[in-house]
Design a protein. Structure first.
Ligand SMILES: Cc1cc2nc3c(=O)[nH]c(=O)nc-3n(C[C@H](O)[C@H](O)[C@H](O)COP(=O)(O)O)c2cc1C
Length: 330
């Protein structure tokens, strides 16, 4: 049987399967069941830059309001929800998960600009996070901002987090970079240890009857996986960052494909949200079955076996495959 124990971000994991960032953070029983079913680590849902900045602003406002502001001036500021959404409860949750789960707990930050909010990374480390996953969910909407300036801003955020903590930091990327390998090299130079491929973009659906946008989260399917597999296979051997695939892993075979493409860890969210922790158990068993059938003793043997590392000229290889695929259609 294939041995699934592995190391992700320098952490010892019983398996490469990781419960990805999601509301499962708030369901300790479900997380325990995931660990029993074979999860090697859990990622908490994200603390957002906007949330942390708002918290700091509200704290200032609160103090100011006690000192010297008259009622009219105060009325310019919206009421804060700081005491409902504070980072304090996140830290408490982190401490609880640390005490209750015997697998690594990875905290998550989500932000796009440098600033005081990144200081919260230090609090996450102090509260016992084994690692931090930094989600760069950032969409270009300003025609005057170039790709380069947007990427430099993102790399500055990575640097400002990695510089503050001694625990490992992984960076969760969007799939849409013109030159992903070059950006990944920048992420590595900025001190990150791992990559999470990829974020999902939540395109709102249009409600034509009501003429409004509906913001329902649609869970993924395995159809989202190939984009991730392609990126992992292309980056494997080109970066010393470890890679986790996130998005579209629903079966043991999906997880096997991620490993064979070069991933060290495989994150799962939608499958668990849809079918409960048992789904993770099935992925776990299916992964062992598949890799054992293929004759791999452990993940080191399997990792990257289907990567593009051995393709001598990946651009030519890509172009040829593309042309062959289109011409071969019947
Ligand atoms: C309801 C829900 C909440 C999520 N919350 C977060 C979050 O707080 N931070 C984050 O980085 N990703 C978040 N994600 C994205 C997941 O971590 C994951 O990357 C994505 O769902 C793709 O994986 P999947 O196909 O296994 O669902 C969330 C996803 C869902 C469905």
């Amino acid at each position: 049987m294939t041995e699934l124990a592995t190391r992700w971000l320098g952490l010892e994991l019983q398996s490469p399967l990781v419960v990805g960032a999601s509301p499962l953070t708030d369901d300790l029983d479900a997380l325990k069941a995931c660990v029993r079913a074979g999860a090697g680590a859990v990622v908490m849902h994200s603390l957002f830059e906007e949330q942390l900045v708002e918290e700091q602003m509200a704290a200032h406002r609160f103090i100011d309001s006690r000192i010297n502001m008259d009622a009219e001036a105060r009325s310019f500021f919206p009421e804060s929800e700081v005491f409902e959404m504070g980072s304090g409860s996140y830290l408490q949750r982190l401490e609880l998960l640390r005490r209750s789960l015997d697998v690594p707990v990875i905290a998550s930050l989500n932000g796009i600009s440098t600033g005081g909010w990144t200081g919260h990374a230090l609090e996450l480390e102090a509260a016992g996070a084994h690692a931090i996953e930094l989600n760069l969910y950032d969409l270009a909407t300003d025609p005057s901002e170039t790709a380069d300036s947007l990427e430099q801003r993102q790399l500055a955020v990575v640097r400002s987090v990695t510089e503050q903590v001694s625990i490992p930091v992984s960076v969760k990327l969007s799939p849409f970079y013109s030159a992903l390998p070059a950006f990944v090299a920048g992420v590595e130079a900025a001190g990150a240890r791992g990559l999470v491929l990829f974020n999902r973009f939540y395109q709102p659906e249009m409600d034509l009857d009501e003429l409004e946008l509906s913001r329902e989260v649609v869970l993924s399917s395995s159809a989202e996986l190939p984009l991730r597999l392609h990126a992992a296979a292309m980056l494997y051997g080109q970066t010393s960052l470890e890679m986790a695939v996130s998005g579209g892993v629903h079966t043991g075979d999906d997880a096997a494909k991620a490993i064979l493409s070069g991933a060290t860890a495989v994150q799962v969210v939608s499958a668990i949200l849809a079918d409960g922790p048992g789904a993770l158990g099935q992925i776990h068993d299916g992964l062992i079955r598949r890799l054992s059938d293929m004759g791999y003793r452990d993940l080191i043997e399997a990792r990257g076996a289907l990567s593009m590392e051995r393709a001598p000229n990946s651009r030519t290889w890509e172009r040829l495959n593309y042309a062959r695929l289109l011409h071969g259609w019947k």
